[in-house]
Write a protein that binds this ligand. Structure first.
Ligand SMILES: Cc1cc2nc3c(=O)[nH]c(=O)nc-3n(C[C@H](O)[C@H](O)[C@H](O)COP(=O)(O)O)c2cc1C
Length: 470
């Protein structure tokens, strides 16, 4: 090749179907010989993961795997999602293998995204069914691809005296784009990344952040020649790519550390953020419809709150129809006016209150009423016990309401809990034709927020923990 800029990608021919303990360096040298090629300093050999896995005996027959409870639970969780996406269902035995090969299940949706024991984030822990003999046989990723790459590089150096780079490649799907691309899962002789920080661009500006994932680019280029299906070209020679040969490399340097992985908040941190960021939103909402289905999904979460005797005394009423809401609020406001007049409040004060209440409850895209169903409370002849059971009911529906507010937060909805229904129980029951045993307890206004708000101050920890040892 006589061009000044460019690289060559050569698929090695006559690579046989590899079996456990086959000598990969020897297979590569034999193929090069047959093709009339010999290695040069600075060459790069890219080897498909399946070849390494097979020679390492990293294949499993699914018929020999017994799925655990955890695998069966995951199967139940993801199967409806796979069906919805028109994907084949994942065999629980395969799920078991995925669990065995993973440190963490990151997403269990229509696909399983995991962090493998090596630290790669990919679908199904990189377990693959393609290009493997046997219907029920799958290949697992090599246990230590860096070690395999190093061993092959040293062996090839011993045979040819050439300093080359070795990359073990696989193809991974990507989170933000469709289509799998080649990635490196093990390296030797070549740095996985090319750190350009401090170098100058075309116009002399210093590059501040540029780091190039060179081994992934090389693996992707090699993938074009390897193919994914039955091409049978699992080893590619890359010639002409300029890189700094270096023996001390590991694929770990291309893996994003959890601390700077913006898209993988640890689940406990995520939950804490939802709990701390949730606010009582008392401002106008965006002029955007809220789908009733989303509200039902939130109530579905609120159903999992704890309750005394597991009584689940909460009843939710989604008030959507504007005419009904207008009628309800005007009746409630009449009662509010009477109460405030009895309290001796000024007309200005009363009008202000009434207009606030109208704004809050009519302008919100959705109004949810929470009732306590006293029918379900435990009955007692003793009055004090009866009162306490009522309190238990109130405490229980409050825990569900808290879950509900968190569920709204998770769905990017803003909401506020209002106690107004407590002061107009009979009016609400009558206007909405509620069952006799329902006690209206709270309104939730729900919608998409127009602005973000600051958290009102919280008491210090010492103020709310009563220390018996002081
Ligand atoms: C039982 C209960 C009743 C509430 N009732 C009202 C209310 O009637 N009007 C109102 O503006 N806020 C009401 N709130 C919201 C509180 O004002 C709010 O939770 C509190 O100021 C803390 O703010 P934050 O939720 O944004 O952290 C109520 C909250 C609870 C838990």
């Amino acid at each position: 090749m006589n061009f000044k800029n460019g690289i060559e990608l050569i698929g090695l021919e006559d690579i046989p179907l590899v079996k456990k303990d086959d000598d990969i360096p020897n297979i590569i040298i034999e193929s090069l010989k047959k093709m009339g090629l010999s290695l040069l300093d600075g060459d790069i050999i890219v080897i498909a993961q399946s070849l390494i896995s097979k020679s390492n005996g990293r294949t499993r027959n699914l018929n020999e795997i017994k799925p655990s409870e955890e695998a069966l639970d995951l199967f139940k969780l993801i199967s409806p999602k796979s069906k919805k996406q028109g994907l084949p269902l994942k065999d629980p035995k395969l799920i078991q293998l995925i669990l065995d090969e993973s440190k963490e299940i990151i997403k269990a949706e229509h696909v399983l995204i995991t962090e493998t024991n090596h630290g790669f984030v990919c679908a199904d822990a990189g377990i693959d069914k393609s290009n493997i003999e046997g219907k029920e046989v799958v290949s697992l990723l090599p246990e230590n691809p860096d070690y395999n790459a190093e061993k092959i590089r040293r062996e090839l150096k011993r045979e040819t005296s050439k300093d080359i780079g070795v990359i073990i490649s696989d193809s991974f799907g990507r989170s933000f784009r469709v289509g799998a691309v080649g990635v490196a899962i093990g390296v030797s002789g070549i740095n996985p990344i090319l750190d350009m920080r401090g170098k100058k661009d075309l116009f002399g500006y210093e590059l501040q952040t540029t780091i190039i994932g060179q081994v992934d680019s090389l693996a992707s280029a090699a993938q074009l020649v390897m193919g994914e299906a039955n091409e049978g070209i699992p080893v590619i020679l890359i010639r002409g790519y300029k890189f700094e040969f270096n023996e001390n490399n590991t694929i770990k340097s291309i893996l994003r550390k959890k601390e700077i992985d913006l898209f993988r908040e640890p689940i406990n941190e995520k939950l804490t953020n939802y709990m701390k960021n949730r606010r009582s939103y008392k401002f106008p909402f965006k002029d955007k419809r809220v789908d009733r289905k989303i509200i039902e999904e939130c109530i579905e979460i609120a159903r999992w709150a704890p309750s005394a005797h597991n009584g689940q005394y909460w009843r939710y009423i989604i008030i959507e129809k504007l005419e009904l809401r207008e009628k309800l609020i005007s009746m409630m406001n009449q009662k509010l006016r009477n109460d405030l007049e009895d309290d001796g409040k000024s007309e200005d004060f009363i009008e202000n209150k009434l207009s606030k209440s109208r704004k809050n409850f009519i302008d919100a895209p959705i109004l949810v009423l929470l009732c306590l169903d006293i029918m379900e409370l435990e009955k007692h002849p003793n009055n004090e016990r009866l009162e306490n059971e009522f309190i238990l009911g109130v405490q229980s529906i409050s825990s569900s309401a808290t879950y509900l507010l968190l569920a709204f937060e998770i769905k990017n909805l803003a909401a506020c809990w209002y106690c107004a229904p407590l002061f107009a129980k009979d009016i609400i029951k009558k206007t909405l034709h509620l069952p006799e045993s329902y006690v209206p307890m709270a309104f939730f206004t729900v919608g998409y927020p127009l602005k973000s708000i600051h958290a009102p101050p919280r008491k210090e920890l010492q103020e709310i923990i009563y220390d018996l040892n002081v």
